[in-house]
Design a protein around this ligand. Structure first.
Ligand code: BEZ
Ligand code: FE
Length: 295
């Protein structure tokens, strides 16, 4: 009972009074979450002694964030990302630690279904960029190969854009692919080196970044969602070790275990057998899945 005497609202008892007004909430989890939210919000207002101008500015900012959002642009997710909330929710929910590949943010660009492609396919549908071979293996916690796993990949191009950001210039599904692992868990595909890129910063989130002296960039990475029957799916990235911004990702998504060298290969014979130019880059990314609770 937060408000035993049924007191009216006052500065001292503000949170208790509001929380007590929600005593009739039937769902205990809703009651817990809203109660904690109110307590923290009230403490925040008191902590900074929020002025009315600041409160109005906050409302205008959130309104603009809503107006900037549509089916292809989710400004609230971006806001959560740059405030570190997306990564915190993700981290709190995947604490298992140990052997499994660490997860990181999904991001807003998985808006197009990745097309199924055969192993070895080139996901770069346009010219340009530094050719790259990605190899890997999906295994379980005891190192057992996971055949038949799906490996969904998407990435930015050599200029740092996703296909959906340049709909008039590149085909949809450029730099996207859905692969299925061999019985020994292996997968491989051809692509180009992704470039670091700025998250969309032409909206309220960009204004917030500028106001706080922050840059909008993410280090170069390839996104992965790996799933297999009997295992928990993982949403993750592989980051290029030579990329700028590894130390200051705008959305706090970098985990050291996900950073890999993209080695330079100058081997004409190997290149020819792979259908790649004489000089290419390559990265190997082993993905370790946890078994699912029911698996
Ligand atoms: C991304 O990696 O695609 C991304 C993640 C968070 C915000 C913006 C982009
Ligand atoms: Fe990305």
């Amino acid at each position: 009972m937060e408000n035993p005497g049924g007191e009216l609202f006052s500065e001292e008892r503000s949170a208790d009074v509001v929380i007590a007004s929600m005593d009739g909430t039937p769902d205990p989890r809703v009651r817990e979450v809203l109660g904690s939210l109110v307590r923290h919000l009230h403490a925040f207002v008191k902590d900074v002694e929020l002025t009315e101008e600041e409160w109005n500015a906050a409302i205008a900012f959130l309104t603009a964030t809503g107006h900037k959002s549509d089916d292809l642009r989710q400004e609230f997710v971006l806001l959560s990302d740059v405030l570190g909330v997306s990564m915190l929710v993700e981290t709190v929910n995947h604490r298992a630690g140990g052997v499994g590949t660490e997860s990181t943010v999904l991001g807003p660009f998985h808006v197009v279904e990745s097309p199924p492609r055969p192993l070895g396919a080139d996901i770069a549908l346009t010219d340009g960029g530094e050719p790259c071979l990605v190899t890997g293996r999906v295994v379980g916690p005891d190192g057992e190969p996971v055949g038949g796993a799906t490996v969904d990949v998407w990435q930015a191009d050599a200029d740092g854009f996703y296909d959906v950001q340049r709909p008039d210039e590149v085909p949809r599904t450029n730099l996207r692919g859905l692969f299925t692992t061999e019985p020994d868990g292996t997968f491989w595909f051809r692509t180009i080196m992704p470039r670091y890129y700025p998250i969309p910063d032409d909206g309220p989130v960009g204004t917030l970044l500028a106001a706080t002296g922050r840059h909008p960039n993410r280090p170069a990475h390839i996104h992965f969602i790996v799933q297999a029957a009997g295992y928990a799916p993982v949403t993750t990235h592989v980051f290029a070790a030579d990329s700028p911004y590894l130390e200051s990702d705008a959305v706090f998504g970098v985990k050291p275990s996900l950073v890999r060298e993209f080695a330079v290969v100058e081997d004409p014979e190997r290149a020819a057998s792979l259908g790649l130019p004489d000089r290419f880059r390559t990265v190997d990314f082993e993905v370790v899945l946890f078994r699912s609770a029911e698996g």
